[in-house]
Ligand binder design. Structure first.
Ligand SMILES: *[C@@H]1O[C@H](CO)[C@@H](O)[C@H](O)[C@H]1NC(C)=O
Ligand SMILES: *[C@@H]1O[C@H](CO)[C@@H](O)[C@H](O)[C@H]1NC(C)=O
Ligand SMILES: *[C@@H]1O[C@H](CO)[C@@H](O)[C@H](O)[C@H]1NC(C)=O
Ligand SMILES: *[C@@H]1O[C@H](CO)[C@@H](O)[C@H](O)[C@H]1NC(C)=O
Ligand SMILES: *[C@@H]1O[C@H](CO)[C@@H](O)[C@H](O)[C@H]1NC(C)=O
Length: 346
């Protein structure tokens, strides 16, 4: 018995060691049949290996449930109660907010928020009923996760007034490129370690849906705003994650200079079988439209050559957050279409 166990262990170890090169992927096989085991195996890779210099100590990370409930109340949302205009319940925990449907969820959206200061944790909540109401039938089976992002020090804080020195952010912000000229894009510095860790975290949260709710990754969509959109684009380009759909609002391709260097492969070359939609308003007051457009010009040929679908939408006028989310009427039909296409395919 013991020797049989040892043999199986040795076999599993061998397969896992070679899984990247073998014709079939053990990782995919495990994810399909033993999603919770797959998750446990992958977690130690990234939770313990690196220290991120900009992260605040863990003792400074959590918001209390009472704080999060009060912030939700300020936006007219009550924790553990029905969300008006939907059949969903708002669940609150120290890891974030979740809109849970009345029936067993079949689809999931992970919302990746942009940079924000303490006290703005609930600012994105009003977006979610607007998504659900686009398709009451399909989205009655949709669970929406809004994970809290870690607190970290912010090096370049001029996006906000007063400037932010500590905020919730997927990675640290360094001074942006001066322009979209190739020499400026090549010269810009990025928090590459932070981006790498953000992509790992997002990959993990996405794959965890199978273990948590029985929702396989190809029925989980990612929606990223601003810095969350940067992190989303890093994730879809640098991992082999295969979500239902990926949508950014006011987000751009980070470490874009890497994509301009000759003879480098700054992205994961696996085939993509989903669509990437980028929305960037022409009057964005935080991340200039030219940066969104430059990202789209680089990503469109690349993403489609990898087999994915790509769409860039540039609404005339509107801004970085309030107007694009709460005044641009085209946004929610667009998000719903991208979600529906991605979910129906699977
Ligand atoms: C934060 O909250 C989570 C969930 O309750 C808990 O597992 C974790 O240990 C907490 N972390 C800190 C630093 O208190
Ligand atoms: C919350 O609801 C009250 C009463 O309906 C309303 O006056 C207030 O403007 C709402 N606040 C927000 C943030 O929507
Ligand atoms: C909620 O459930 C009711 C009854 O099943 C249904 O008519 C409605 O379309 C659902 N969705 C929303 C957003 O209210
Ligand atoms: C985006 O950039 C391309 C290439 O520079 C340009 O042709 C196009 O007009 C720009 N799009 C918008 C909406 O300005
Ligand atoms: C990708 O977009 C095209 C065009 O809008 C659509 O026909 C297709 O269903 C989409 N595919 C997926 C997987 O979402």
């Amino acid at each position: 018995m013991a020797s049989a166990t040892r043999f199986l262990l040795a076999l599993a170890t061998t397969l896992l060691t070679f899984h990247n090169t073998s014709a079939f992927s053990v990782k995919r096989l495990l994810e399909a049949y033993f999603p919770c085991a797959a998750l446990r195996i992958s977690q130690p890779d990234w939770t313990t290996t690196y220290f991120e210099p900009s992260l605040l100590p863990s003792s400074a990370q959590n918001s209390t449930l009472e704080e999060l409930a009060a912030l939700a109340r300020d936006r007219n949302f009550s924790c553990f109660e029905k969300v008006p205009g939907t059949n969903h319940t708002l669940q609150c925990s120290t890891s974030g907010y979740t809109l849970v449907p009345a029936t067993r969820p079949k689809y999931a959206v992970i919302f990746l928020a942009g940079l924000y200061r303490k006290g703005f944790e609930a600012a994105a909540l009003p977006i979610f009923p607007l998504i659900i109401q686009q398709d009451p039938t399909m989205f009655d089976e949709l669970i929406i996760h809004y994970p809290l992002i870690p607190f970290r020090t912010i090096t370049f804080s001029q996006f906000t007034e007063p400037p932010l020195t500590i905020g919730r952010a997927w990675f640290d912000l360094l001074p942006p490129p001066r322009s979209t000229a190739p020499e400026d894009l090549l010269a810009a510095q990025f928090d590459r370690l932070g981006l790498y860790r953000a992509a790992q975290r997002i990959d993990f949260i996405t794959r965890a849906q199978h273990c948590l709710h029985g929702i396989p990754t190809d029925r989980v969509a990612l929606l990223g705003h601003s810095l969350g959109g940067f992190a989303l684009l890093e994730t879809v380009m640098s991992t082999d994650l295969s979500p239902a759909a990926a949508i950014t609002v006011s987000g751009i391709l980070p470490r874009v200079g890497d994509y301009l260097r000759p003879n480098t492969l700054p992205y994961n070359p696996s085939r993509r079988s989903y669509n990437l939609t980028m929305v960037h308003a022409t009057e964005d007051d935080v991340i200039p439209f030219q940066f969104g457009n430059a990202s789209a010009q680089i990503l469109q040929p690349l993403f489609t050559s990898l087999g994915g679908g790509f769409r860039f939408v540039a609404p005339q006028g509107f801004d970085h957050f309030s107007k694009i989310f709460f005044q641009y009427e085209g946004l929610y039909p667009l998000i719903a279409e991208a979600l529906r296409n991605g979910f129906i395919k699977n």
